[in-house]
Design a protein around this ligand. Structure first.
Ligand code: DC
Length: 235
C-alpha cells in the first residue's frame, strides 16, 4: 500500500480482544492513509493510573467510585505527538510507559467497567472523532462509541499467541514478566471485557472479522487493502 491510496472521509473502528495487535495495525493504517489514530485503551489506562496514584483503587481492586467519578471532569488526558510518535499525556506529563505496565494492566478492566469512566472516555473520543478521517481502536468503538462508523474491523487471535506477543513487548521495555502470568492476565481481561454490564466487548453485526493468529503485519495490510478496494471500489 502506498500513502496515495485514497480512502473517503470515514471513521474506521477497530475492536477486538486485548493483545491482538489492534494498535500496531491501526497505527500502520494511520501512517499509510494519513488518518488520525486514537487509542481508546490508552484513555482507560490513563484513568486507571490516575486512580492508582491517588489511592482510589485498593490492592484487591475496590474502587472509590464516587471520588473517581467526581474528579473525572477535571482530568486532562490527551494525545500529543511526542518524540516516538503519538503519546498519551496526563496534563503535561507523558504517561506512555506507566500505562503499559503490568500494574496498570492488572487494574484497568475493573476501572473500565465503570459507567462513569466509560462515559468520560466516550465523550473525549466523540469530540476527537467528530472530524472524520480517524481510526480508533478499542472494545466498543463499532458497537457503542461510533455505531455509524463506515468501516468496522473485529480482531481476534489465540490467547497463547496474544500472551506471547504481550510478553515480548513488555520484556523489550525491560519488564520482568513470565509467560504464565501474562497469559492469565490476557484470559482474565477477555472474561471481564466481554462479561461486563456496560458496553461489553462484542463484534458489531456489520464488523469484518480479522483472525491474525498466523498472520504477519504485511499480510494484515494486504488484507486491509483488499477490504478497502472491495468496499469502496478502489483499485
Ligand atoms: O487495548 P488496551 O489493552 O490498551 O485496553 C486496556 C483496557 O481498557 C482493556 O482491558 C479494556 C479496556 N477498554 C475498553 O473497555 N473499551 C475500549 N474501547 C478500549 C479499552
Amino acid at each position: 500500500m502506498n500513502a496515495q491510496m485514497h480512502i473517503p472521509d470515514i471513521i474506521i473502528a477497530i475492536d477486538g480482544y486485548s493483545s491482538t495487535g489492534k494498535s500496531s495495525f491501526a497505527k500502520l493504517i494511520a501512517r499509510e492513509t494519513g488518518f488520525l489514530y486514537l487509542d481508546s485503551g490508552a484513555l482507560y489506562r490513563g484513568v486507571t493510573l490516575y486512580a492508582i496514584e491517588n489511592g482510589l483503587i485498593s490492592d484487591d481492586n475496590t474502587i472509590d467510585v464516587e471520588k473517581l467519578a467526581g474528579t473525572l471532569p477535571g482530568l486532562d488526558l490527551h494525545f500529543e505527538n511526542g518524540k516516538d510518535g503519538c503519546c498519551t499525556f496526563m496534563g503535561d506529563r507523558c504517561i506512555e510507559k506507566e500505562i503499559r505496565s503490568l500494574y496498570v494492566s492488572g487494574k484497568v478492566s475493573p476501572v473500565s467497567a465503570l459507567a462513569q469512566v466509560r462515559s468520560y472516555v466516550d465523550r473525549q473520543l466523540r469530540e476527537l472523532g467528530s472530524r472524520k478521517r480517524v481510526i480508533i481502536d478499542g472494545r466498543d468503538i463499532g458497537t457503542t462509541v461510533f455505531p455509524d462508523a463506515e468501516l468496522k474491523i473485529f480482531m481476534t487471535a489465540d490467547p497463547e499467541v496474544r500472551a506471547m506477543r504481550r510478553m515480548k513487548e513488555m520484556q523489550a521495555k525491560g519488564e520482568d514478566v513470565d509467560f504464565k502470568s501474562v497469559l492469565n492476565n490476557v484470559k482474565e481481561r477477555d472474561y471481564i471485557d466481554s462479561h461486563r454490564e456496560v458496553s461489553p466487548l462484542a463484534k458489531a453485526e456489520d464488523a469484518v472479522v480479522l483472525d491474525n493468529s498466523d498472520m504477519t503485519m504485511e499480510e494484515q495490510m494486504v488484507w486491509f487493502k483488499d477490504l478497502i478496494s472491495r468496499k469502496f471500489g478502489i483499485d
